[in-house]
Design a protein around this ligand. Structure first.
Ligand code: SAM
Length: 226
């Protein structure tokens, strides 16, 4: 027998997803600095967030957009965790305000400026900074400054996790961090690179220029070494 209520629920969920995607697309068309036409997929975000450090409590997010990534981060933090999310486009604020979670603090502003005051965000320490901002629109010195300030503000075992469509930031991360690992998430539209940078040498890096496939059937991702 056909279950109409399940079908109705599925249609409603699909409708919500499409509405969110259309809103994101509309915002992106009005502001090229959004840097994407669609929000990240949940699968790709799951992949990004497996890179959070183990004892992760305090997170700064650069570029939360409509909040899909912010919600995913909050889901992974303990009840006493906190997230400070910095977004420069005010059109995203109404969407971000719908996140009903006392652990979240939203800041409307530009990472280029706010990264000078990361020690004043009210966090006891910063375990991870997660960035999806399109660095390609920034100058060399702006990229360098953001990476250096982020490295300085992170706790000793903290991680800077950058996901975007190109490995552009790799050389900047390598200059400021001891260890950098790169992954490629295919389950996003379009796919993106996930760069994980640490000050402490706990990440194993491989200097060979090889592409090593890992479990491509299930993960659809490649571990890349540049
Ligand atoms: C590619 S979208 C990603 C949105 C969301 N994190 C996701 O994964 O779907 C990048 C976001 O960063 C924001 N952004 C771009 N440059 C920024 C900057 N300099 N400071 C703060 N936010 C910025 C954009 O407005 C946009 O919301």
């Amino acid at each position: 027998m056909y279950n109409y209520s399940t079908r109705g629920t599925r249609l409603a969920i699909k409708n919500t997803v499409v509405t969110k995607q259309l809103f994101f697309l509309k915002t992106a068309l009005c502001d090229y600095r959004v840097g994407a036409v669609l929000p990240s997929t949940r699968r790709a975000l799951r992949r990004v967030l497996t890179e959070l450090p183990r004892e992760c409590r305090y997170v700064v997010e650069y570029g939360p957009g409509d909040g899909v990534s912010t919600r995913a981060i909050l889901e992974r933090l303990p009840p006493d965790g906190r997230v400070v999310a910095i977004e420069r486009n005010p059109d995203f604020l109404p969407r971000l305000w719908t996140i009903d979670d006392g652990r979240l603090r939203l800041m409307l502003g530009d990472v280029r400026a706010i990264s000078t005051q990361l020690d004043q965000l009210g966090l006891p320490r910063i375990d991870a900074v997660i960035s999806s901002i399109p660095f390609s629109f920034l100058s060399n010195s702006e990229r360098e400054n953001i990476v250096e300030r982020t490295a300085a503000a992170l706790a000793p075992a903290g991680r800077f996790i950058v996901y975007q469509y190109s490995p552009l930031m790799l050389r900047y991360l390598r200059r400021a961090f001891t260890a950098v690992r790169v992954r490629f998430a295919l389950r996003n539209v379009p796919p993106y690179f996930i760069m994980v940078a640490e000050k402490s040498p706990s990440i194993q890096t491989d200097s060979r220029r090889t592409f090593q496939k890992i479990n491509p059937r299930t993960d659809h991702e490649l571990l890349l070494s540049f």
